[in-house]
Ligand binder design. Structure first.
Ligand SMILES: NS(=O)(=O)c1ccc2o/c(=N\O)[nH]c2c1
Ligand SMILES: [Zn+2]
Length: 260
């Protein structure tokens, strides 16, 4: 339908759309009744230090909140992970309407947006750029957004967006605790081995998709849609919407759940 055509028009999606021979691509539809409960899956352990928050910028496809990942100050461990992972950034994907926008779906259910908290394996690698090439290099927490009550913690981020309307704009953004964007219950999640959902699409991600969503207000989401894909110099300005990848084949992978 038109929404996929729109999201495929962005320059991001010109050129190779998949890793040749890729059999663990993301995002996917999570078929709940086909997920397998694994009692060995532990609760997630996040330790985020708001002081490591540095800047927020428009990369022409989403907006990224970036953290200082030169030390193990903001970390993720536990869950399906064997190692300790360092938070490097978080970003979102959303639609032009509240009817769609998420990358993952649950029994084909679409959400208006999806948060990705991106971490890399600092026990085994010394840089994100290194880890992104390795099987066990990255761990991304996915959180679905639903439209409802205003998310107080998100508002500080929403208020910074008008300053980064155009591609490549960046502003200082400090003392933001990404933990405030996690749902109350982080013990219930699905996990599977997949890939980045934007180029280079490398198959280095342990995905951890939260069962519980968070709520944001219609107005907060509308500010996401006021961002632009285009830089200030370009004649034609394009709204930053539908910045999600279409779903990818499961190719025999098993999605495990931490809950029954
Ligand atoms: N959308 S996603 O799979 O979370 C993700 C996370 C980190 C990423 O870094 C990228 N290029 O350097 N693409 C990308 C996608
Ligand atoms: Zn993402």
């Amino acid at each position: 339908s038109s929404k996929y055509v729109l999201s495929q028009m962005h320059p991001m999606w010109q050129g190779p759309l998949a890793v040749p021979g890729g059999d663990r691509q993301s995002p996917i539809d999570i078929v709940v009744r086909k997920s397998v409960f694994d009692s060995k899956l532990k609760p997630l352990e996040t330790e985020y230090d708001p002081q490591t928050c540095q800047q927020i910028w428009n990369n022409g496809y989403s907006f990224l909140v970036e953290y200082d990942d030169t030390t193990d100050k903001s970390t993720l461990k536990g869950g399906p992970l064997q190692d300790k992972f360092r938070l490097c950034q978080f970003h979102f994907h959303w639609g032009e309407s509240n009817a769609w926008g998420s990358e993952h779906t649950v029994d084909r259910r679409l959400f208006p947006a999806e948060l990705h908290l991106v971490h890399w394996n600092s026990d085994k690698y010394s840089l994100f750029e290194e880890a992104v090439m390795e099987d066990n290099g990255l761990a991304v927490i996915g959180v679905f957004l639903k439209v409802g009550k205003r998310h107080e913690g998100l508002q500080k981020l929403v208020d910074a967006l008008p300053a980064i309307r155009h591609k490549d704009s960046i502003v200082e953004f400090t003392r933001f605790d990404p933990g405030c964007l996690l749902p109350a219950n982080t013990d219930d999640y699905w996990t599977y081995h997949g890939s980045l959902t934007t180029p280079p699409l490398t198959e280095s991600v342990t995905w951890i998709v939260m069962k519980q969503h968070i709520e944001v207000s219609h107005d907060q989401l509308a500010v996401f849609r006021s961002l632009l894909f285009t830089s200030a110099e370009e004649e034609v300005q394009k709204s930053m919407v539908n910045n999600f990848r279409v779903q990818q084949p499961l190719r025999g992978r098993t999605v495990r759940s931490s809950f029954t």
